[in-house]
Design a protein around this ligand. Structure first.
Ligand code: NAD
Length: 296
């Protein structure tokens, strides 16, 4: 069992930390939100007063923060904790961030003799709660093997896709496809509804036909089709529109680095940017359907 510092206890980090506790690990929890820390304490964690406090005794440091700037500030910033982490500790960053940021933090960690992997996840908040996440890992095999028991406590599938930063590249590929699929699924259902079809019947048909996807079966964007989907609770919780917008921006940057063309990824990015401008940035990303049916 490991002594873990867990930093970032939001929609994903909260349930992930709870699964580590269930598996018997000791967790020192830190988040800027006192409510998020309290929820972790309720699950059995010990509250840390700061990130520095959390990492002081840790064998493993796990971060689950919104974006590159948060991760860089946590480890490398003026009050960065990299210098405070024990020499033989392991760092696992599960946030979805720019591959270059992941590489920069891993290189700084390596200079201190610390091992670090990028391990962004897929599976959404339901997967985080159920402990069935997919981890997409970049970094050294030896570091992954050290991390494996912890990743197994939080997830079901672990893919080692390459060296430092590769986990982030693979995650961006997944989310670019997801963003486009969610948008076109919403567009298709809105078209059917405009013709008088029942959204639930249409979705059930699509879910066993060739347009079947996570967007039709698990996180259907139309309210009332799936009772447990964010769409059926006012698009609350889930994966924020602005987090999807961030990931599509990262995909665009990644495409420019290698001269790849990503017309559908760029179109999707614009749709999520429009949804954000319409005031829906904090809603689940399936609210992009509002761009096709403004009264949902
Ligand atoms: P979230 O906004 O719910 O949680 C982020 C947490 O980080 C918040 O509680 C916030 O207070 C905390 N935080 C921010 N800066 C901090 C700092 N400096 N120190 C300590 N805490 C800080 O976001 P989330 O949905 O949990 O997503 C986290 C990451 O996981 C993102 O990179 C996202 O893209 C990725 N992700 C999310 C989902 C999903 O379905 N929500 C799925 C896969 C991957």
């Amino acid at each position: 069992m490991s002594r873990v510092a867990f930093i970032g206890l939001g929609n994903m980090g909260g349930p992930m930390a709870a699964n580590l506790l269930k598996a018997g690990h000791a967790v020192q929890a830190f988040d800027l939100s006192a409510a998020a820390v309290q929820a972790a304490v309720g699950a059995g964690a010990v509250a840390a007063a700061s990130a520095a406090d959390a990492v002081a005794e840790a064998e493993v440091v796990i971060s689950m923060l919104p974006a590159s700037r948060h991760v860089e500030a946590l480890y490398l910033g003026e009050q960065g904790v990299l210098a405070l982490i024990a020499a033989d500790a392991l760092i696992i960053d599960c946030s979805t961030i720019a591959p270059a940021s992941a590489q920069a933090v891993a290189a700084a960690a390596q200079q201190r003799g610390l091992q670090m992997i990028d391990a962004p996840v897929s599976g959404g908040t339901a997967g985080a709660a159920a402990g069935t996440l997919t981890f997409i890992v970049g970094g050294e095999t030896e570091a992954l093997e050290r991390a494996r028991p912890l990743l197994q406590a939080m997830g079901r599938n672990i893919f080692h896709v390459g060296a430092s930063g590769a986990g982030q590249v693979a995650k961006l590929c997944n989310n670019m496809a997801l963003g486009a699929i969610m948008a076109v699924t919403g567009e298709a259902i809105a078209l059917g509804v405009a013709h008088g079809l029942d959204a639930a019947v249409l979705s059930q048909m699509m879910a066993v036909s060739t347009s079947r996807s996570w967007a039709t079966e698990v996180c259907n964007p139309w309210p009332g089709v799936l009772p447990n989907a964010p769409a059926s609770r006012g698009y609350s919780g889930g994966f924020g529109n602005d987090l999807m917008l961030k990931d599509l921006g990262l995909a665009a940057e990644a495409a420019m680095r290698v001269g790849a063309s990503i017309p559908l990824g760029e179109l999707a990015r614009n749709l999520y940017a429009m949804n954000s401008s319409a005031g829906n940035g904090g809603l689940d990303f399936s609210s992009v359907v509002k761009m096709f049916a403004r009264d949902v």
